[in-house]
Design a protein around this ligand. Structure first.
Ligand SMILES: [Zn+2]
Length: 118
């Protein structure tokens, strides 16, 4: 009983909540695509992976400078996705009816605002 999670499928960006009303928290799945490092495919890489380091050790400094801007945008986007998902889960835990059309619209709008174009 204590470890029972309530599953809530929102039908927006494949969001599925597993809400732990008893202990608080839970987990969340979604199909919002994180942006990833073009070398190693990790979402948290700041071009410190072996693959990207090898490319830029050849003195391609200008190219790296441009790409560093893209990295900060990617990290900001991914962090935004995580923050929104944490908020949705916290809202469900707090007893907010996250399945209402108004709340779903708010989720969509917020994801659009950080640059998700799905
Ligand atoms: Zn990488």
């Amino acid at each position: 009983m204590a470890d029972e999670l309530r599953e809530i499928k929102l039908g927006v960006h494949g969001i599925v909540l597993h809400v732990d009303y008893f202990n608080g928290g839970g987990s969340i799945e979604h199909d919002v695509l994180y942006e990833v490092c073009s070398f190693c495919n990790q979402k948290d890489c700041v071009y410190d992976c072996d693959e990207s380091t090898a490319v830029w050790s050849d003195g391609k400094d200008n190219e790296k400078k441009e790409t560093t801007l893209a990295v900060s945008e990617r990290i900001a986007f991914n962090g935004g996705v995580d923050a929104i998902m944490s908020f949705v889960l916290a809202a469900a835990n707090a007893g907010i009816h996250v399945e209402t059309p108004y709340f779903l619209e708010a989720i969509k709008t917020t994801l659009d605002a950080i640059g998700n174009n799905d």
